[in-house]
Design a protein around this ligand. Structure first.
Ligand code: PNS
Length: 181
C-alpha cells in the first residue's frame, strides 16, 4: 500500500465498469484515493455533476479509502489543495497513450512533484468509454455489462423513459413501449 493520497480525475459522464475497475485497483495500492469529477468541462454533459457524484457515491460505498470530490480549473492545483502526491489515470489501449502522455507531461511541467501513475483496467473493458456508452444508449442500444446496473438504469431514464434498452448486445431490441389504451 502506497502511503498518501492519490487523485483519480475525470469526467465520469457516466461512470463505466472500466472506471470502477480502475477505482478498485487504485484503492488497493493507494492509502486514500480521491475520485475527482471535473466541473467546468467544455463538453455539454449528459449527466450533471450532482448526478455523477451521486452515482459514484453509491458505486464506491463499500470502498473505505475512496473519497469523492469535484474540481474546477487545473487538476494539479486541486491535487495540491488536497495534498495528493499521485495522479491515477487509466490506459486502455495504445490509442490512449499519446493523449495521456501529453497530459502527464503537461501536468509534470505545471507541478513537478506530482507523479502520474497509469494502470490498465481489465482487458474486457479495453474498448469501453463514456463517450461510446453515451452514443449507444442515446441510440437506444444495450449497454449491459459496460456500465454498472445503476448507471444502466440512469441512462435508460435519461435517454427516454419510453425507450427500452436491449438485453443482448447486437440484437435489435429497441422499441417504443406500447401506449396505454
Ligand atoms: O475523463 P476525461 O475527460 O478523460 O478526464 C480528463 C481530465 C478531467 C482528467 C482533464 O481534462 C483535466 O485534468 N482537466 C482539468 C484541466 C487541466 O488541469 N488541464 C491541464 C491538463 S493537461
Amino acid at each position: 500500500m502506497t502511503k498518501g493520497i492519490a487523485v483519480y480525475p475525470g469526467s465520469f459522464d457516466p461512470p463505466t465498469n472500466g472506471h470502477l475497475d480502475l477505482i478498485e485497483r487504485g484503492s488497493k495500492i493507494f492509502e486514500e484515493l480521491v475520485v475527482a469529477i471535473l466541473r467546468n468541462s467544455e463538453k455539454s454533459p449528459m449527466f450533471s455533476v450532482a448526478e455523477r457524484l451521486e452515482m459514484l457515491r453509491e458505486l464506491t460505498a463499500d470502498l473505505e479509502n475512496v473519497r469523492l470530490d469535484t474540481f474546477d480549473g487545473l487538476m494539479v492545483q486541486f491535487a495540491k489543495s488536497i495534498g495528493a502526491k499521485c495522479v491515477l489515470r487509466g490506459i486502455r489501449a495504445i490509442s490512449d497513450y499519446e493523449y495521456e502522455l501529453q497530459m502527464a507531461l503537461m501536468n509534470r511541467k505545471l507541478e513537478p512533484r506530482l507523479e502520474t501513475v497509469f494502470m490498465m483496467p481489465a482487458d474486457k473493458y479495453s474498448y469501453v468509454s463514456s463517450r461510446l456508452v453515451r452514443e449507444v444508449a442515446q441510440a437506444g442500444g444495450p449497454v449491459r455489462g459496460l456500465v454498472p446496473e445503476l448507471v444502466e438504469r440512469k441512462l435508460r431514464e435519461k435517454v427516454d423513459p419510453a425507450y427500452k434498452l436491449g438485453e443482448e448486445p447486437g440484437i435489435e431490441t429497441t422499441r417504443r413501449r406500447k401506449k396505454k389504451a
